[in-house]
Design a protein around this ligand. Structure first.
Ligand code: PHE
Length: 410
């Protein structure tokens, strides 16, 4: 899919008296977290798309690249937001000029997509709201809108009236989605709500980590929206929902702060993978790293795992239960470890070592000896480290490496 670029700066920061978009907000446009395959926002998006596709193959058309700059008409009027509704105020919404806004919800695309006549569609995109900033609020976030249109034969076959039928179908579809994301045993409840564009309206809550969490808004589409936009709309009935992808991702992946989505930090990004709904975020340090490089000629017995163990005290993953790779290269029982030197048992740097990476390796053409250069990243979870303590640690690492690993430091 073509990636929608940020619009030209002059089209957003217009200098119009009504313009209240800041450079900061403009700088977020075109980032498109929902289009980066391994980004948690995109992982959730794809899981929901897959769910609807598996449930009703081919029915839902997906739209990922619709532009976030929309008319105030489509953002508000076409979804029946009253003229005096707070969301229209420039205190809540970013205006490009008096008639143009940064969409504050994906519902801004309901009417235009209904006019295309698809019986089902899912729209994902970045939405913008002026709001306080805290761990769960950010002025840009991502929503997905879903719409499904029914024909009379569908509710007739079910022996229900159009509204009852649409409501039943809506709740079944969204409960199924919640089970797909959060597991078959997730507890759901429906709470009555109000939206200008649906009637009746509901919020779905899930019981997660001991409390009820709102995950989406939805309802049976107001008939006038269908009448005005869908081909032959007055004979049809529809449901619609809108959900916040950050909220879902924070709950599902245990992500504690909404800013992490935007950090671009590899330590965040590499924890998530397309298709993996089981990932749980592990926090990393906010304190600065300190890098130390170390080069040596390797011996035939040298392995990177032995080095890591010496440096950090890392153990073989899982399979060495009851035993630890204590002394370098030797598997020892827990009971024997008490006799070992602390450095070897615990690793010299312990948890202060964040990462050990091979940054360079070459083999001397004449002697055929191989030299490796490793970079050790030191970083504390709790505090800034001092030069003195890192230098002292690094000296001990160098001693340990030449003594225990029998390599020749350069
Ligand atoms: N647009 C609503 C919001 O942003 C969510 C919603 C979408 C509710 C569709 C009902 C139907 O809060």
């Amino acid at each position: 899919a073509p990636v929608p670029a940020a619009p030209p700066r002059s089209e957003v920061l217009t200098g119009d008296p009504a313009n209240n978009v800041t450079d900061y907000i403009y700088s977020k446009m075109g980032t498109n977290l929902h289009l980066q395959p391994d980004h948690p926002i995109c992982v959730i998006k794809q899981a929901i798309y897959n769910y609807f596709q598996a449930n009703q193959p081919g029915l839902f058309k997906t739209f990922d690249g619709l532009h976030p700059v929309v008319s105030a008409h489509s953002n508000f009027d076409e979804v029946l937001v009253p003229k005096d509704h707070v969301s229209r105020s420039p205190n809540d919404t970013y205006y490009v000029n008096a008639d143009t806004v940064l969409r504050c919800h994906t519902s801004a695309h309901q009417a235009e997509l209904l006019r295309l006549g698809h019986p089902g569609f899912l729209v994902t995109g970045d939405v913008y709201r002026r709001d306080s900033i805290d761990a769960t609020h950010y002025p840009v976030f991502h929503q997905m809108e879903g719409v499904r249109v029914f024909s009379p034969d569908e509710w007739t076959a079910a022996g229900l009236g159009p509204t009852e039928f649409a409501e039943r179908e809506l709740k079944a579809a969204l409960e199924g989605m919640a089970r797909t994301l959060f597991g078959a045993n997730i507890e759901c409840r429906w709470v009555d709500a109000y939206f200008p564009f649906t009637n009746p309206s509901f919020e779905l809550e899930i019981f997660f980590n001991g409390k009820w969490l709102e995950v989406l808004g939805c309802g049976v589409m107001e008939q006038v929206i269908l009448d005005a936009n869908y081909p032959d709309g007055s004979g049809k009935k529809a449901w619609a929902f809108g959900l916040g992808l950050e909220r879902l991702a924070m709950v599902l992946f245990d992500i504690p702060d909404i800013r992490l989505f935007w950090s671009g930090d590899e330590r965040f990004l590499r924890q998530f993978k397309a298709g993996d709904l089981k990932a749980k975020f592990k926090s990393y340090s906010k304190f600065p790293p300190c890098y130390k490089d170390m080069a040596f000629w390797v011996s035939p017995e040298f392995t990177e795992n032995n080095l890591c163990e010496l440096v950090r005290g890392e153990r073989g993953a899982g399979e060495w239960e009851g035993t630890h790779y204590g002394r370098v290269g030797a598997l020892v029982k827990e009971s024997d470890m008490l006799h070992l030197d602390d450095d070897v048992r615990m690793g010299i740097g312990g948890d202060l070592v964040e990462e050990v990476t091979l940054i360079d390796s070459f083999t001397h053409p004449k002697t055929q000896r191989t030299s490796n250069c490793f970079r050790i990243t030191y970083r504390s979870m709790e505090r800034s480290l001092t030069d003195d303590e890192i230098n002292a640690l690094q000296d001990r690492v160098r001693e340990g490496v030449s003594g225990e690993l029998k390599v020749e430091l350069r």
